[in-house]
Design a protein around this ligand. Structure first.
Ligand SMILES: NC(=O)c1ccc[n+]([C@@H]2O[C@H](COP(=O)([O-])OP(=O)(O)OC[C@H]3O[C@@H](n4cnc5c(N)ncnc54)[C@H](O)[C@@H]3O)[C@@H](O)[C@H]2O)c1
Length: 255
């Protein structure tokens, strides 16, 4: 087998449509020699249907990252398909509507707690659930949206992403001794199901299209997926706690 991820076994979360960033990661990973196991949330039959569009059939395991039973059983379920994991991809985010679109001052704690549970704490939960299958050289990769700034309409999801960026650094700290890396890809705006649920998302679309130094495609998930593959590969062996921007260079600009 040849390719950047030849022989690697990956667990990829977050496929819900073929526009999902996770779908591009899974597709590209298979094309580059990896064996992929997917997890799906809720609509399992839909995820299974989408999984059939991958170059190779990939098994789908049910996983709600807030469900402690799902997390406790994850390693055994993954073991039914592969004998270990070289990489885990966290491509999960959710915030109730009250947390997005300008409602920052009014969103109730219960809704904010849901956003943080699903989008932030789950990064650690997923890594720990998969830990029994990982060995030195393995990597965890997640997806963020630049949380160093306050964006219009992103509101509590921005706070959850700031937490995710910190959680990735702490995971790097706590898993480093075991030789396991944790890194994030900070992607520009992409038209996925999660993005469409953000009222006013078109403001990001317009800003990126007009200003990103390299230009930006709102419908091309491959650049972000490629960065995920690179971080999962053996080509970043001494990099952890890092955030790689795949945003056409937008983050480098001033106001
Ligand atoms: N689309 C963008 O513009 C963009 C930009 C930067 C970062 N991201 C991040 O990329 C990641 C993937 O999102 P996407 O844009 O591909 O959208 P998407 O809607 O395709 O994927 C989001 C996934 O999260 C899953 N999910 C939600 N709640 C869950 C739960 N409780 N347990 C398990 N899975 C759950 C959904 O099933 C879905 O598969 C997210 O972390 C998102 O914040 C997206």
């Amino acid at each position: 087998m040849s390719g950047l991820l030849a022989g690697k076994r990956l667990l990829v979360t977050g496929v819900i449509t073929d526009a999902s960033i996770a779908f591009s990661v899974a597709k590209l990973a298979q094309e580059n020699g990896a064996q992929v196991v997917l997890t799906g949330f809720g609509r399992l039959s839909l995820v299974e249907r989408i999984a059939k569009r991958l170059p190779e059939p990939a098994p789908v395991i049910e996983l709600d990252v807030t469900n402690t039973e799902h997390l406790a059983g994850l390693a055994d379920k993954v073991r039914e398909h592969v004998d270990g994991l070289d990489g885990v991809v966290h491509s999960i985010g959710f915030a109730p509507q009250s947390c997005l679109g300008g409602g920052f001052l009014d969103a109730p704690w219960e809704d904010v707690a849901t956003a943080v549970h699903v989008s932030t704490y789950s990064y650690k939960s997923l890594a720990v659930a998969a830990l029994p299958l990982m060995s030195p050289g393995s990597a965890v990769v997640g997806l963020t949206f630049d949380a160093t700034k306050a964006w219009p309409v992103y509101d509590w999801m921005g706070v959850a992403k700031a937490g995710l960026e910190s959680a990735s650094r702490y995971l790097a700290l706590h898993l480093g001794k075991q030789g396991i890396r944790s890194n994030l890809v900070s992607a520009g705006p992409l038209r996925t199901m999660a993005a469409k649920s953000i009222p006013g998302f078109d403001q990001f679309e317009q800003a990126w299209t007009e200003r990103a130094p390299l230009g930006w495609s709102l419908t091309d998930q491959e650049p972000a997926a490629r960065a995920c593959l690179a971080l999962l590969s053996d080509w970043f062996p001494a990099t952890t706690g890092e955030i790689v921007h795949v945003d056409g260079g937008y983050h480098a600009l001033g106001a």
